[in-house]
Design a protein around this ligand. Structure first.
Ligand SMILES: [Zn+2]
Length: 363
């Protein structure tokens, strides 16, 4: 599977920094030049663009590596295509400070990258998170993008790693994307394994409020502000999903368990009772659950943890002890079984049922 590793670049000496900075500016200008050329020649958005401008731009940017100059064209084509779809009369502008390299153009060695900059091969040292080391040792390298964000430089390295053969689980974990809790995980024997409640969200909301207040006190209102807050929201919920998915996969591995997830499609109907499209909060919920499921699957794949998806039918309405289906269940927090009398936390009940759906089939 393909991973994208983001690594911060260590502080560079002035001359290296200057070369990198110059390359990023050249690349940005080259993308905009490619856009101009396409625009002036009837909005060409395929590889034919190459013959219209390569010679001219090669001379204009002697310090830019030839593959990077071609990549600037590919970048321009992509930007043009999506921009023309949105508004065919507005010429897009590329504002990102970045440069991209193909796998043959750079080398990874001694915890850094050797990349062509201004006609030289330059060593760029990286901060490498511990968990990335094994991927860097065994993976197949793909595209490298170096990007400036704020005052820092980052390397985005695309890398292909072998997936682990999934093990034979002796136990199943049901993951319930709860109505009251964010996520509850229980095993097929009825034990609660993990619970992520509103606390983790509250914490994140507090941070977000602070951030919002800071922005609002700053200057006058503008549109940028909203997009920035929007990004922050998605980043935080992605972060929460990262924490939750990591924990679930770790626990599953510890217990030699497989993970059972509900297929998301049904979730909308059964769990988000008669969800109105107006309700943004619920829409956000669906969205962030989709991201959580993606993250669980992805991390499980890397660790060799088997994952099964099941239909969410009746998982919340069924009694996890006797199997009675309580069709009258409404929004109660506690599931009460009219047949056997079981009283159990509703989300826990559902997660046990989810685990059982697979465990009973394999028993
Ligand atoms: Zn029962």
């Amino acid at each position: 599977m393909k991973l994208s590793l983001k690594m911060k670049i260590k502080p560079l000496r002035t001359n290296k920094m200057f070369m990198l900075e110059k390359t990023l500016i050249d690349f940005k200008n080259a993308v905009n030049d490619w856009i101009d050329i396409s625009w002036n020649d009837g909005k060409i958005t395929d590889r034919k663009l190459h013959s219209y401008g390569y010679k001219e731009l090669r001379e204009k940017y002697p310090n830019l590596y030839s593959n990077s100059l071609q990549d600037a064209m590919n970048w321009a084509i992509q930007i043009l295509r999506s921009s023309i779809k949105l508004n065919p009369n507005k010429k897009p502008i590329f504002n990102t400070l970045m440069v991209s390299y193909k796998s043959v153009d750079y080398k990874y060695e001694n915890e850094g990258l050797i990349i062509p900059l201004c006609g030289k091969r330059v060593f760029i040292p990286l901060y490498i998170p511990k968990k990335y080391k094994k991927y860097l040792q065994n993976g197949t390298f793909g595209r490298l993008v170096i990007k400036k964000e704020g005052n820092d430089y980052y390397a985005y390295l695309s890398i292909k790693v072998e997936e682990k053969e999934p093990y034979k689980p002796t136990l199943w974990f049901g993951v319930d994307l709860g109505v009251y809790n964010l996520v509850v995980v229980a095993d097929s024997k009825g034990r609660e394994i993990l619970r992520f409640d509103g606390e983790i969200v509250k914490e994140y909301k507090k941070k977000l409020e602070k951030y919002r207040a800071r922005i609002q006190s700053r200057q006058k209102r503008n549109f940028n502000k909203y997009t920035k807050v929007g990004n922050k929201i998605s980043n935080y919920s992605k972060y929460i999903n990262h924490v939750i998915s990591k924990e679930i996969v770790k626990k599953a591995k510890q217990y030699n368990a497989g993970i059972v997830l509900e297929k998301l499609k049904g979730l909308k109907k059964s769990k988000l009772n008669k969800s109105k499209p107006k309700n943004i909060r619920k829409a956000l919920h669906i969205w962030s659950y989709a991201d959580l499921i993606k993250k669980i699957k992805y991390k499980a794949k890397l660790e060799g943890v088997p994952v099964v998806e099941i239909s969410p039918r009746n998982t919340s309405k069924t009694c996890s002890r006797c199997g009675y289906v309580n069709r009258r269940l409404k929004n109660e927090r506690i599931f009460v079984c009219p047949k056997c009398g079981l009283e159990i936390d509703r989300d826990l009940n559902a997660s046990i049922n989810i685990a059982k759906k697979v465990a009973s089939k394999q028993a």
